[in-house]
Structures are given as C-alpha cells and as structure tokens.
Design a protein around this ligand. Structure first.
Ligand code: GLY
Length: 387
C-alpha cells in the first residue's frame, strides 16, 4: 500500500478497503473493527459529506412503509439496532449521537390521507406494533403545536410512539472514531477513480495518490458508486433522488415530537434545532439547494402548521439519496467478482439500515454467508454474472 497524507495512518495494510465515508461505509468499518478485521475508508471529500450529512436521521420504518413486506422486517430490525449502538458508541468514544424514541405523528391532511393512514394502522397493529389513531381534537395532547385550530383543521393523525431519530452526521463521526480506535484507517480527501482488475478479482483501488490494494473492496459510495462500477464494466442502476432540507430554530414553540404530513416532516433535535425536510427530486445530480425546493418545503409546512412561519432559518442543505429502480438497497457480492462487495442504494434508509448493513457485510466478508433477511436485496436482481 502507498502512504497517504490524511489521518490517521498505520503501517499495517488493510484487509478491506471501503470506498465511501458515509453512514454505510463507516458502519461497515465499525463492524469489521469489532470483528477484528482491519479496514481503510477512502472518502473523496470528508466524512458524511454526502447524503448522510444531510439526512434528518429519522428511525422511521412504520411511517415510511405503505405495506408489510420483507423490507419492512429489515427496517424494523434496523430501528432496533440503533439504541444499543448509540450506547456502545457513547461508552467507546464519548459521542452522544442523540438516539431517542421521540415518536412520529403522521398527520392526515384530508379524508384520503385519513383512510390511507387508518389502513396502515390496521396492518401495523395486527403485527403487534404500536400505532394509535388520534382524532383531530386529540392531536394537541400528543403535540402541543397542534392544539386548537391547527389540529382541528386536520383529519386526525397516526401516532407511532416507537419511531425515533438519531443525529446523522454525529453518528457517522462516532462510527469512524470507534473504528479508528480499533485500528481502522480513514483517509479523507482521497477519491477512488477506478479499480485495478485481475480476472475476476479487484487487486486495488486507484486514487490520485496511488493504488491501494486490499483483499476485499467494498463499494459504498452512495450515488457515486455507479461511476466507479462502470470502470469495470458493471452497470449499477443507482441514481440520485435529491433531498433538500432547512434547519430551523424556534425559541418558544419547538415541536415535542416528529410531525410528518406526507408532504414534509419536522424533526426536533435535542439542542432546539428543527429540521424541515425533505424534497424528492428524481434524477437530479446538482447538490445545491434551490429556491423552488426550499419554497415547496416551506409552503408544505405552513399549510398545516402556521406556527412554523415564526421559526428562524439556520441553514439550507441538499443531499443525493442513492436509489435503485425498485427503491431497495443493493447489498452483496458483485456478480462476476470474487472480492468486490456492493453496499449502496439505501435511498431513504441509509441511516436506519447502516448498522445492519455493517453487520451483514462483515459476516459476508468473514464467512461468505449471506444473511437470509438480506438475500432479497442482492445485486443479482440487476446485474448478471456474465456482464
Ligand atoms: N428518510 C427521510 C428522507 O430520506 O427524507
């Protein structure tokens, strides 16, 4: 291996090179470190510079799921994984990733919303999950901002008390710090530009500073994974679904819980910051926020919660969610390659599913075993081995 400027380095060559320092890459490095495998993260920018740094960090399988399927099972398991992870990271590196079960209140804007949300409540409670229907006049008991007229103008809401949130950029930092503590290496500002290939093996990752070799390579570069895969003839169908958010602050009226209207969500953080998110812009690679994006979010929030109009704006952000055509993750060994693993396309669930993805990938690398719950989300659904 070449030596790199960056932090921190060790003289020991990594067993695994991970391309991408977001939620997925850092979760994989962390789990590998726990399992005693040395890895190196190559990040072209800085940790959490992409979608992970913009993510609102909701742990929200129930509010996101239109129906019950194997992916819903995965996301529930993902939600469960965060509490113990947050505790372990705090113990390990002293960073509080603010993992909390604040609940999510999904409000119904109209009768059609009400019917759909009550349908979801039925199948979720039949599965033994907590999902309570609140009539308009009860919304204020759950979320004081919806007391009075604001709540009464809505058509009720679905209260999901077990949904939660985590502070995404800090989670990525904590995962990286805990990995480094156990011998992982992180190199920021070094982007992978291609792979060195020998037959069906990847022998190294090409960077402007030189070639990094490793026994296994993991491609976890979010939406940028596609370009890298292309350099070895892999057609990875992952594209961007841009999301814009605003970070707001309210002196007196910070929401108590996450409020979600279908058009937008408000996520209150521990320090009083409130995230208003997020747009869904399919196929847009431009990472800059736009007036139209921010305008549509503001309009959607003000429509059902006029009090938001008094919140002050602290920042505007945009990120590119990596998405496959079916909107499910692509996680597993790249067909036709012995030692290349793909871990991308987590779309709206990169924070939620990071820890589980880390566990699965570590298991795959160490034992070659594909976890059954992860089998439906393999790359072979898009890529044949004879590519
Ligand atoms: N998970 C929420 C979002 O992607 O906007």
């Amino acid at each position: 291996m070449q030596s790199f400027p960056g932090r921190p380095t060790t003289p020991v060559a990594p067993e695994v090179v991970i391309v991408g320092g977001g939620s997925i890459g850092c979760s994989i490095a962390y789990q590998l470190a726990l399992d005693g495998v040395r890895s190196l993260i190559l990040e072209r920018d800085y940790l959490a510079a992409g979608a992970s740094g913009v993510a609102a960090g909701m742990l929200a399988p129930q509010v996101e799921a239109p129906f019950d399927d194997p992916f819903f099972d995965l996301t529930l398991a993902g939600r469960k994984s965060h509490g113990p992870l947050a505790a372990a990271l705090y113990e390990d590196v002293g960073l509080d990733v603010e993992c909390r079960a604040t609940g999510i209140l999904r409000v119904a804007l109209d009768e059609a919303d009400r019917v759909e949300l009550q349908r979801r409540q039925r199948w979720q409670t039949a599965r033994g999950l907590r999902a309570d229907w609140l009539e308009s006049e009860q919304l204020g008991e759950c979320e004081p901002l919806l007391n009075g007229v604001a709540g009464r103008l809505l058509a009720g809401g679905l209260w999901l008390p077990d949904e939660g949130q985590v502070r995404s950029p800090r989670l990525v930092q904590a995962l990286a710090a805990a990995s480094v503590k156990r011998g992982a290496m992180v190199v920021e500002g070094s982007w992978a530009v291609g792979f060195e290939r020998r037959g069906d093996r990847i022998s190294g990752v090409r960077t402007p500073q030189g070639i990094v070799s490793a026994e296994t390579v993991v491609l976890a570069a979010g939406v940028w994974s596609t370009d890298l895969a292309q350099t070895i003839g892999l057609d990875l169908p992952v594209g961007p679904v841009k999301g814009q958010i605003l970070t707001l602050r309210a002196i007196q009226q910070t929401p108590r819980t996450v409020i979600w209207s279908g058009e937008c969500y408000l996520v209150p953080r521990v320090d009083g910051q409130v995230i208003l998110g997020a747009t869904e812009e399919d196929g847009n690679y431009d990472r800059r926020p736009t007036l139209a994006g921010i305008g549509s979010l503001s309009e959607a929030a003000l429509e059902f919660l006029p009090a938001v109009g008094q919140f002050t704006i602290e920042g505007i952000w945009a990120g590119l969610r990596p998405a496959a055509p079916d909107r499910y993750p692509i996680v597993g060994r790249a067909p036709g390659f012995e030692n290349l693993i793909l871990a991308t396309a987590h779309y709206r669930n990169g924070i939620l599913l990071g820890p589980l993805t880390g566990r699965w990938i570590s298991q795959l690398i160490r034992s070659g075993v594909v976890a059954p719950e992860f089998a439906p989300f393999g790359p072979e659904r898009f890529i044949s081995s004879g590519h």
